[in-house]
Design a protein around this ligand. Structure first.
Ligand SMILES: C[S@@+](CC[C@H](N)C(=O)[O-])C[C@H]1O[C@@H](n2cnc3c(N)ncnc32)[C@H](O)[C@@H]1O
Ligand code: SF4
Length: 462
């Protein structure tokens, strides 16, 4: 595939509207509380009974953080009290045992991820025990060939932490960096030295972690093209295998810690665009491939290889090389995907504890996909991973005539074609280099729920 990407400021401005990141379709706003534990259990049972049960992907949410970063939009619990982890982990162990009972023991865990919050907030003993309990109830791989990753905060790495993580089975690691400039770090309450950051990278490499990724954010207070350029140069010098460069959206009404960021310190929309342009140019010149949706990888990293081979996949953990797993998600707020459903766990610690303490799985809400959802999900996943779609493949797999079924969507896509985002030739959609940064807008065309919402809003206006 063509890895070229073009930054077209005019196009980006014209298509500038917020939209989902499509880690799921339908997105979480469509989940509802009619979907409950009984539904989830039925889907889990059914997933064992298919002719060829899928392998498993396990997600564990570890919500604790020692200090709050003011920009943060993650589901977290900020506390200095390390003892608070213990009652939570007790419930998590219980959930692992209950979930483990639902899935055939023969099903191999191809993918495993600890996310947060800050997974390394917990003690070494707690890390070891959590993995032991998981191993007791699920069939983990012992050959280091699974995709087993963890999110690491370099400020929360003690001597021996990385060696322990490697020894319990992790082989991928991503770490939060965000920005190295002291004035930015102070404004977002995240003081993190270059030395401690690169020490984690170097040690992870020495320990044989297969892929090390770093998270950066653009749009933070006091950032300029020049200052972010300095951070990028340092990162490129260190050369992680992957990079996520997230866009900071200032939504203080939604995320309380963001109220401590002064709006007047934020870069202007034009400056943000310039920072994005610099980021793309610097990273591609340094040899990174744009995977899509904020993600970059070295050409030899398995994400880039999977994209070239057409086997890349996307789920709640971002891009992945393991397509078609059932995702069993554990811990508060965690979102799973089993069979044709999505389910989300209780969002508060109290509700999460209460469910498990009364012998229930902590399912709070979810959704069962209908045929139309599955069809649209397949299209969105294909486009977001590969920037191309063969309509005939979709027609064969889903028994539809593409031009009839998606007549309205094709009208919207034609406008995008005229704008130079993509090419349409009657049998395929091909996203052009200038459309890659707008892949989420292209996917939004296929989002039935978004369309219904827009139509409702429109009919209200006239
Ligand atoms: C769970 S954290 C990573 C692990 C660890 N807690 C840390 O911060 O190092 C996930 C990542 O989400 C990103 N993030 C969090 N809030 C964000 C926001 N409001 N906008 C953009 N990115 C954000 C950050 O890059 C952060 O590293
Ligand atoms: S960015 Fe990471 S460390 Fe900071 S508050 Fe969010 S989850 Fe916690």
């Amino acid at each position: 595939m063509n890895h070229q990407i073009i930054f077209d400021a005019e196009l980006l401005r014209r298509y500038d509207k917020s939209g989902p990141r499509y880690t799921s379709y339908p997105t979480a706003v469509q989940f509802h509380t009619d979907f409950n534990e009984t539904d989830y259990r039925a889907w889990a049972k059914r997933s064992n009974e298919t002719a060829k049960p899928r392998p498993l992907s396990l997600y564990f949410h570890l919500p604790f953080c020692d200090t709050v970063c003011f920009y943060c939009a993650c589901n977290k619990v900020v506390t200095k009290d390390r003892k608070r982890a213990s009652p939570y982990l007790g419930r998590l162990h219980r959930e692992i045992a209950m979930q483990g009972e639902l899935f055939d023991r023969a099903r191999i865990v191809e993918q495993l991820h600890w996310g947060g919050g800050t997974p390394t907030f917990i003690s070494h003993e707690e890390i070891q025990e959590l993995m032991n309990v998981t191993r007791e109830h699920f069939r983990l791989r012992d050959d280091d060939l699974g995709e087993y990753g963890i999110e690491v905060d370099p400020r929360e790495v003690r001597p021996e932490t990385l060696a322990l993580l490697r020894s319990v089975g992790f082989n991928r690691l991503s770490m939060g960096v965000q920005d190295f400039e002291p004035v930015v770090q102070k404004a977002v309450n995240r003081i993190q030295s270059e030395a401690e950051t690169f020490a984690v990278l170097n040690e992870a490499r020495a320990l044989g972690f297969r892929s090390v990724s770093m998270d950066l954010i653009y749009g933070l207070p006091h950032q300029t093209v020049e200052s972010f350029g300095r951070t990028l140069d340092k990162i490129i010098g260190a050369g992680p295998d992957r990079l996520s460069v997230f866009n900071y959206a200032h939504l203080p009404e939604m995320f309380k810690p963001q109220r401590r960021i002064r709006a007047e310190d934020l870069p202007s929309p034009q400056e943000k665009l310039n920072i994005l342009q610099l980021t793309i140019e610097s990273l591609t010149q340094a040899g990174y491939v744009y995977i899509g949706m904020d993600h970059f990888a070295r050409p030899d990293d398995e994400l880039a290889v999977a994209q070239r081979n057409g086997t890349l996949y996307r789920n709640f953990q971002g891009y992945s090389t393991h397509a078609e797993c059932d995702l069993v998600a554990m811990g508060m707020t965690a979102i799973g995907m089993v069979g044709d459903c999505y389910s989300q766990n209780q969002k508060t610690m109290d509700d999460y504890f209460a469910a498990l303490d009364t012998g229930h799985l902590p399912v709070m809400r979810g959704i069962t996909l209908d045929e139309d959802d599955k069809l649209r999900r397949a299209i969105i996943t294909q486009l977001i991973c590969h920037f191309a779609l063969d309509m005939t493949v979709v027609e064969h797999k889903h028994g539809i005539r593409f031009t009839d079924y998606f007549a309205t969507e094709l009208i919207d896509l034609k406008v995008m074609q005229q704008d130079g985002l993509l090419e349409l030739d009657g049998v395929s959609i091909r996203v052009l280099p200038a459309g890659k940064l707008l892949i989420r807008n292209i996917c939004m065309v296929f989002d039935r729920y978004l369309r219904a919402k827009q139509e409702k809003r429109y009919s209200k206006v006239i």
